[in-house]
Design a protein around this ligand. Structure first.
Ligand SMILES: [Zn+2]
Length: 335
């Protein structure tokens, strides 16, 4: 069955399934959607369907078997140099240009999957464009990106854009309960935290480092409210976790958003639904306005960090401002 194992994305499945049924296959697809939403899995399953001898991703013909094992020479996944942040023009030349004009060896189509579309350099995209301008009829490119804005308009105009929207919380929650040994309550928290990305939800479920990071993030904020001496501790934590700072800021913002929900009696809307009593204690003697102000500081911190300002100074300043908010050193209004 085509797209078996891909959770959700019914519109995508329908549209690609129709193209397969009518044999109207584009030479290039751009799969656009947030990280972990299912683009790479869809690219793999779509490729399998494109090469299957029975045209339906039967799973048992020799080409399906090879496609699933990742050993079919006609499905090429572009790799990048480990020591480089971007996919360079050399990668495109060596792995695509040198291969693209050679006819498929076993299948009727030749498929190039570019998983790191976000990291394609401009030079690499321009090299790719030369092929996209006059592609051999048997070639299909699948470029996965978090946003189509990452690609040159000239590349986009020669591709069919397929959008992957975030999955519903229920869908992710059901998937976690079905595949992992966790309670529905826990699955619900992780599903909400993952914001519709099944890959993120799985990582939250499986990676103990992520669990520890969530714990430490929330604890640092809770301690900051309890004791001003903990200010330095929080700065140290954020500095040590420089690599994961965006993720941590997201956890902190989610926690503060939950605090506002509890404060306004909307507990059911909380992401950290398993921490309601902890949130109640945290929000004692603290106003909604203070919470929103601290939330804004985190939002600004996220923006500042994107501007490559001095990391330590920016983080220290923001933590100080959040401490001021939590201790009402600003307006003094209580709401
Ligand atoms: Zn097959």
């Amino acid at each position: 069955m085509i797209f078996e194992g891909l959770t959700g994305h019914e519109t995508v499945k329908e549209s690609l399934g129709r193209s397969l049924a009518c044999d109207r296959i584009s030479n290039a697809y751009v799969f656009e959607g947030s990280q972990g939403v299912g683009k790479k899995l869809c690219a793999k399953l779509f490729s399998q369907a494109l090469v299957c001898e029975n045209n339906n991703a039967c799973g048992s013909c020799p080409l399906c078997v090879q496609a699933l094992a990742g050993t079919l020479p006609d499905i090429i996944t572009l790799t990048k140099d480990r020591d480089r942040a971007s996919v360079g023009v050399d990668n495109v030349r060596e792995q695509i240009i040198s291969e693209v004009f050679l006819k498929p060896r076993n299948a009727r189509r030749k498929i190039f999957i570019i998983e790191y579309g976000d990291e394609l350099s401009v030079e690499a995209q321009n090299a790719l464009l030369k092929v996209l301008e006059e592609p051999p009829s048997y070639v299909t490119f699948i470029i996965c990106v978090t946003s189509k804005e990452k690609l040159l308009s000239t590349v986009l105009s020669r591709s069919q854009v397929v959008s992957f929207f975030p999955l519903g919380t229920n869908l992710v929650c059901d998937y976690l309960i079905r595949n992992y040994n966790i309670s529905p309550e826990r699955a619900n928290v992780l599903a909400k935290l993952s914001q519709g990305s099944i890959g993120t939800a799985i990582e939250l479920c499986q990676n103990p480092d992520k669990q520890t990071r969530i714990e430490k993030s929330i604890q640092s904020l809770v301690n900051l409210k309890k004791n001003s001496l903990k200010l330095r501790e929080m700065v140290e934590f954020l500095t040590e976790e420089k690599e994961n700072i965006t993720e941590i800021i997201d956890y902190l913002m989610t926690f503060l958003r939950d605090c506002v929900m509890v404060k306004t009696h909307k507990d059911s809307l909380c992401v950290f639904a398993d921490r309601i009593s902890e949130i109640r204690v945290f929000t004692e003697n603290i106003s909604k306005k203070q919470l929103i102000s601290a939330f804004d500081k985190l939002s600004n911190l996220k923006l500042s960090l994107k501007q490559n300002l001095n990391f330590n100074a920016t983080v220290s300043e923001a933590t100080m401002r959040i401490w001021e908010d939590l201790h009402d050193k600003g307006s003094g209004h209580q709401i």
